[in-house]
Design a binder for this molecule. Structure first.
Ligand SMILES: [Zn+2]
Length: 415
């Protein structure tokens, strides 16, 4: 079968018209490989995407956009992922759009094995005011990064010499980057619709501060969370971004660093199976940690009248809530880490009679955010970053699995 790639294929169990599984003579279920192309799969949504692009090409306006859409069309027709990569390079080079469109692969983190992506199409109109905010954050990033625990005021060997804007594509950074945030989607995620697990006394504050804390977390996660931290690595045969004759000291062991990424074992090959979750966990932690920085607050919300301590409190609360939501979709058979953060959770037997209404609520102690919470978060991102920097896969994996492995107690919460 031509053009097989994890990106554009799906396994589907073969079934009869009545929905019963089809098995071979040894009673092994038969799976079929589906490829997302109109050659292979002409009757589905792929065909509608194809027809839409076909109509858009004459209206493209510029040669770059025409080239993007033509290559995208070729991908949709054949399923050839290389053609999609070429289309993405055109898309990345077209930086100054007011109306942005995209059709492609996103979010490998949703795949338990971290490889397959969702194919999504979108049309968006650019909000210039957000661009200014993100530019301000990029300009202030060097100062904010110094506050991270592995730097502590002075850049360590585990930090980039110069801050580079994060590259969110899977492509080589030489083609550039685009960082898209959908404000209407964020609004649709609003606090009102998302109050499960929040205790009654917190609801009013959660509603009031949710939008601001979401905005902070999103901006800091994307810009700093994915934009800082250096990996110890071989940059060309026999050349390194550290001095092999004077190795940096591993702050977790106080021994010289003794592992790094070589050309034959690049970062993409390490932390197999948890790589995406690991990096997202670190980025989320960095965002939450830097949220406490006055510098970040001055850049992101210079005129806010909201109490920033409450904004931060609700960001912690929100992460705990998201962890519990992740538990809902946890599949105990696959043992895939749930992304569940370990939080203090109370099972509330507040019902009456023989059928108690059991509901799960998160309680956080406000007074401990600045003291215990911030410190604990700093320790966590410190360890995650160092292990990632020096390719300490064993230690990093142990920390990550401890954070995300679902215990029997948590499985009961799921029930
Ligand atoms: Zn991220």
């Amino acid at each position: 079968m031509p053009h097989l790639s994890p990106r554009n294929t799906r396994l589907q169990r073969k079934t009869t018209a009545e929905g019963a599984a089809v098995e071979d003579e040894n009673h092994v279920p038969i799976f079929e490989v589906l490829v997302a192309s109109i050659d292979r799969d002409p009757a589905t949504a792929v065909k509608r995407v194809h027809n839409g692009i076909l109509r858009a090409i004459p209206l493209a306006g510029t040669e770059t956009r025409k080239s993007y859409q033509t290559k995208l069309l070729a991908f949709i027709q054949s399923g050839d992922v290389e053609m999609h990569k070429l289309a993405a390079i055109d898309w990345l080079s077209d930086a100054r759009l007011v109306v942005e469109t995209w059709a492609g692969f996103l979010e490998p983190g949703r795949d338990p094995s971290g490889v397959r992506c969702e194919f999504r199409t979108l049309v968006a109109v650019k909000d210039r005011s957000w661009e200014r905010i993100f530019s301000g954050l990029a300009a202030g990033a060097e100062q904010l990064i110094l506050q991270l625990p592995w730097n502590a005021g002075r850049k360590s060997p585990f930090e980039l010499d110069t801050f580079v804007l994060p590259d969110l594509s899977a492509l080589n950074p030489k083609y550039g980057y685009k960082n898209l945030t959908f404000t209407n989607r964020a609004k649709a995620n609003s606090a009102v619709a998302d109050q499960d697990y929040i205790v009654d006394k917190d609801v009013a504050s959660y509603e009031k501060h949710f939008d601001m804390s979401f905005f902070f977390q999103l901006a800091l996660h994307e810009m700093l969370g994915h934009g800082c931290g250096e990996l110890c690595r071989e940059t060309a045969p026999g050349q390194f971004n550290f001095d092999p004759a004077d190795m940096p000291v591993n702050p977790l062991t106080n021994e010289p660093v003794n592992s790094w990424y070589s050309l034959s074992h690049p970062p993409e090959a390490a932390f197999v199976g948890i790589a995406t979750g690991y990096v997202e966990c670190l980025a989320e932690g960095i965002g939450l940690y830097i949220m406490s920085s006055e510098g970040a607050q001055k850049i992101l919300a210079p005129h806010t009248e909201l109490d920033m301590d409450e904004v931060i409190y609700n960001a912690y609360l929100s992460i705990a809530r998201v962890g519990l939501r992740a538990l809902r979709s946890y599949d105990s058979r696959s043992q895939v880490p749930s992304g569940t953060a370990k939080v203090e959770v109370h099972l509330d037997n507040s019902g009456v009679g023989s059928q108690p209404r059991r509901s799960l609520k998160v309680t956080l102690d406000r007074s401990k955010i600045k003291t215990v919470g911030h410190q604990a978060l700093g320790d966590l991102i410190f360890k995650l970053q160092i292990c990632r920097s020096i390719k300490d896969v064993a230690r990093g994996t142990a920390i990550f699995m401890d954070l995300t492995t679902v215990s029997d107690k948590e499985l009961l919460w799921k029930e």
